[in-house]
Design a binder for this molecule. Structure first.
Ligand SMILES: Cc1cc2nc3c(=O)[nH]c(=O)nc-3n(C[C@H](O)[C@H](O)[C@H](O)COP(=O)(O)O)c2cc1C
Length: 204
């Protein structure tokens, strides 16, 4: 592995728990791959453009050279150039934050990153590891430690499905839950994340 694309999505910048844990994952990757090049894109600071009428017209016309698709093309090429993708994201309202959805809408593009066939949508990109570090204020993989029922989770199934649509099937999640609760919950979440980071980097 020579290069990774690192997407950060939290509005909380360097304070973000998702970013802090993803930084640890990247440090561990650097330890395994000397000279690893990290391209960092902070989606919260530089949100991708939202889909507009010109974008919609261009993709329906399969006009891949249209100016309305230039940002999309640049983001797809940036992803294609990376040997692995790291996404650090909070859970917002049971799903991905708007800036991450905006990135998805730019890179998941018919006639470019996937093809529509009678068998369904077929991804065009070469597969590569994707590490997704998720921080959530509460719990969604199961009940909270005091038994509050698990929240709905539209984030992890969504990312798994949409990334597979463009050909990225090797998606590994590191989850920090309960980080809005108290300092003990944060410490517990980071302790579990450290163990999980070692597990997801196995063989990488
Ligand atoms: C707009 C907004 C929506 C949120 N929605 C959820 C949610 O649905 N479930 C949850 O557990 N936490 C939710 N949170 C809390 C964040 O997930 C939590 O603060 C987490 O730390 C964010 O990760 P970060 O530190 O990387 O920004 C929300 C926070 C904000 C600002």
């Amino acid at each position: 592995m020579r290069s990774i694309l690192y997407l950060t999505c939290s509005p909380r910048g360097a304070e973000a728990y998702s970013r802090s844990a993803a930084d640890a994952l990247i440090a561990a990757l650097r330890g395994r791959h000397a000279g690893l090049e990290v391209r960092h894109r902070d989606l919260a600071v530089h949100p991708p453009p939202l889909v507009d009428a010109a974008f919609s017209a261009a993709i329906l016309a399969a006009d891949n050279a249209a100016p309305a698709l230039s940002a999309s093309e640049a983001l797809i090429q940036e992803l294609e150039a990376a040997d692995a993708l790291v996404i650090a994201t909070p859970m917002h309202n049971f799903g991905v934050p708007a800036v991450l959805k905006a990135w998805v809408d730019q890179i998941v593009r018919i006639h470019r990153s996937f093809r529509s066939t009678p068998e369904g949508k077929i991804g065009v990109l070469a597969d590569r590891p994707v590490f997704v570090v998720v921080a959530s204020g509460g719990w969604f993989t199961g009940p909270s430690p005091i038994g509050t029922p698990a929240q709905p989770d539209f984030l992890t199934p969504y990312l798994r499905t949409i990334l597979a649509t463009i050909g990225l099937r090797d998606v590994r999640f590191v989850v920090l839950e309960g980080v809005a609760r108290d300092v003990d919950a944060v410490a517990r979440a980071f302790g579990q994340a450290r163990v999980r980071i070692e597990a997801v980097l196995d063989g990488v």
